[in-house]
Write a protein that binds this ligand. Sequence first.
Ligand code: SF4
Length: 202
Amino acid sequence: MKSLTFVYAVHSNLYINLTNRCPCNCTFCIRHNGDGAYGSDSLWLEREPTCEEVLAEFDKYDMKNIGEIVFCGYGEPMERAEDISCIGKELKKRYPDVTIRLNTNGLGDKINGRPTAKLLEGAVDIVSISLNSGNREDYNKVTRPKWEDSFEAMLRFAEDCKKYVPKVMFTVVDVISEREINESKAISEKMGIPLRIRAYDT
Ligand code: SF4
C-alpha cells in the first residue's frame, strides 16, 4: 500500500522520508520486511513530497519535545541532496536547538555525479554513513550497489563530510562476520570516524 507519510515520530525523534529511490539493494534492508518502520504507516510514497510540504508537517508537532530530526527515508535521502540542504537549513533556522541527523548510504556523489558533502554544511549536525563492511568485495555482496566502485566513493564522501558536518559516524549491522567487523574498526580508526555496530532490526 502507498501513502503520503513523509514525516513520522518514533519515540522523541521525527523522521523525514523524502524518497523511495535508492541505488542499492542491501540484503538487510527493512524494505524487504514490510511497508513501514517502528509501527509507522506505509512508507512507500505515492509521490515524493515538496520541500514546502515537508516543512509544513513540522507545524503539527510540539518541537520542544523533539530530540532529533532524522533524514532517513524508505530509500536513500541523498537522492534529494539539494532538498536536504534547503530543508535542513530552514529547520536549523526555526529550531536551532534540535539536532538534525542524516542517515545515508554515503553514495550521494555517485547518485548526483558530483561532490555533495558541502551541501550538508549548516543543514545537518550529524551524518551517519552505512559502512556495511570493511572491504569492497564483501560490501558489494551485502549492499548490492549500482556501481562497482561504490565502496571507495562512500569512503571519499565520509572523508569530505568531516570538513562540513560537526559529527560524522559509520555504522555496520551486526549480521556481518567478525573479520569484517574488525576490518571496519580498522577503517574507522584510520579515518578518525567513530563506528557504531547496530543490531539488525527485523
Ligand atoms: S541503502 Fe538503505 S534503503 Fe537502500 S537498499 Fe540499502 S538499506 Fe535499503
